[in-house]
Ligand binder design. Sequence first.
Ligand code: SF4
Length: 377
Amino acid sequence: MNNVTNEKVHRTEREMVLDVIGKFRTKMSPALSRLAKQSDPVAKQFIPSPYEALDFGTEKPFEEGKNNHGIYGLERVYEDRAVLTPYFECSAYCRYCFKKSRTLAGSAKRMSDEDIDKAIRFIESDSRIRTVLITGGDPLVDPRLLEKVLDKVFPIPHIRNIRIGTRNILFSPEKVTPDLAKMIARYQQIDYDEPRKSKNISIGLSLNHVDELTPEVVRAYQRLIREGITVRGQVVLLKGINDSVSAMRELLETFLCTGIVPYYLFHCMPVVGAKHFRTSVQKGLDLLQELSPYSGTTTFQYVYVTPIGKHRIAPGHQLEYVKIDGSRYIRSTTPYKAADFLEFSDNRELPPLHGINEEGYITSHYLDGHDEEEILA
Ligand code: SF4
């Protein structure tokens, strides 16, 4: 904590704490509060830190409300996927996420019935959309709203995959009741005569440290798995929490032996108040390289997320660096065509720091993080 009072910061720790409290909200569920008392890696993810006052990052990495095509709660970036955010709130605020920002507190908390109907008509109108991701906020906070959305998404003939993104299984494992698991499983349908017409529903569960896999949490996702629902684990790479081979190996192995399929390892996004959580992008590549002898055939896909979509990178990938305004950025040519992005996302122009190469593909610049401790000073 001494770094925080380093003279380079020019502010006392107390001033920084007041700044953090003024800018950011704090929320924890009862189960999480109990767990945070027993686990330092969990506490660090939910208890405000003076480091959040460090001047850095953007408040809205993506437009809050995901308001594409004039439909509140709808987002589309890729040809084959649409994202619905029926419920914008979470039962707790992760300190590395933009949800904690007070300036977002006034946003509408949920899609209205009209918003949902408009979004469904939009998805129905484009048979290229095969996957609907229902995310948040957290869709499991309001299961009735989730059921209402599932009832409308499931019958759309061209929808093959429904994915639900959640962290609420950690926050409120008791809410994953047998009835909830059965309700979700209803939206799974195997067509034995024409398998390609089957419909799959799966859960993307965000967990970042093995301490989060408590008996209650494991029982909760096992209730889903026993109903035939695939549960995939997605992890955010967080400095001081899981950025070591031992922490990541323990998490990966526990995922595998309790039935979670490892899915994404996300680099921590450059959101305001999250500077102290961000490692370099290279750090994640190095970790996966070191894990590769252990993880067998199943490991995480490593991605960093920009406003134009995910960038997948794997060990052996050579990152290209450029300096912009004194900061280190990763430059890459993406697999996404600019014309496609503009059409799907209903944007007139690319986001800042993005361009188009001669073949029409988007080039992007992503703000890197740092591994050195002194960046906090
Ligand atoms: S649960 Fe997800 S959306 Fe909610 S605060 Fe945490 S990371 Fe952000």
